[in-house]
Design a protein around this ligand. Structure first.
Ligand code: ATP
Length: 224
């Protein structure tokens, strides 16, 4: 489904990602782990086209690097950035609907997808009319997940979703991800995390990044 071949990113002349190659198949849940500053966020940003990357990226056979960044979500890729990036003056629901508007989905399709989001995260229905600026940081992560779900019908990229979540919300978030996987077994999930132990039991596979490079898979593990 998603394939990165020797993707490199430099920022201000400094190499941040070096020849990153990885593959995510249909229905895969991947834990993408690495210390702070290892390059997890930059990898997700390269996939979404937020930073310029060299190398090759493809999604379902389409050359991703040839797709304008603003059109990439329209391929079915949802992205929840670490810092949430909600529009605080808009309501929670308006934020969730935003990618559907950008992708110009029909009113019927938008309603269908919003119902899918509410089925997985019913709390977002309740929170819907509130200004996004009034929700807590943890609730904001749920809103960012809902927004990613709105457009992510094939693949969802979640950047450190558990970072800073109170235990109750972290459990709720994990429960929502399990429900999502049960409901849509073909959906791919790429979840970044700095603690390698946290997602071990949840993910099908772990990919480790160290100082901008993919670390060799431990022996016995399937190569990517
Ligand atoms: P974290 O958990 O801290 O977010 P990460 O693994 O997601 O870590 P990145 O955010 O991808 O790491 O950052 C990788 C490296 O690139 C870090 O050293 C960071 O300081 C640097 N970096 C990323 N973006 C920029 C930028 N816009 N300008 C300068 N340096 C950057």
């Amino acid at each position: 489904m998603l394939r990165l071949d020797e993707v490199s990113v430099s920022i201000a002349g400094i190499p941040i990602l070096r020849r990153v190659s990885l593959e995510i198949g249909r229905g895969d849940t991947i834990a993408f782990v690495g210390r702070n500053g290892a390059g997890k966020t930059t990898t997700l940003r390269a996939i979404m086209g937020v930073v310029h990357a060299s190398g090759a990226m493809s999604f379902d056979g389409t050359r991703l690097d040839a797709v304008e960044p603003y059109k990439r979500p329209g391929l079915g890729i949802g992205y929840a950035p670490e810092d949430r990036r909600l529009f605080s003056a808009f309501t929670v629901e308006e934020n969730i609907l935003m990618p559907a508007r950008v992708a110009r989905l029909s009113a019927e399709e938008t309603r269908r997808r919003l119902a899918r989001v509410h089925a997985i995260l019913p709390e977002l229905k309740e929170m819907g009319p509130r200004p996004a600026g009034s929700v807590s940081g943890g609730q904001g992560k749920m809103v960012a997940l809902g927004r990613a779900l709105m457009i992510g019908t094939r693949l969802i990229l979640l950047d450190e979703p558990f970072q800073g979540l109170a235990p109750v919300l972290a459990n709720r978030y994990a429960e929502a991800l399990r429900a999502l996987r049960d409901q849509d077994p073909d959906l791919g999930l790429l979840i970044t995390e700095s603690n390698p132990a946290l997602l071990k039991s949840f993910a099908d596979r772990t990919i480790t990044i160290e100082r901008g490079e993919i670390a060799a898979a431990p022996s016995g593990a399937a190569a990517v």
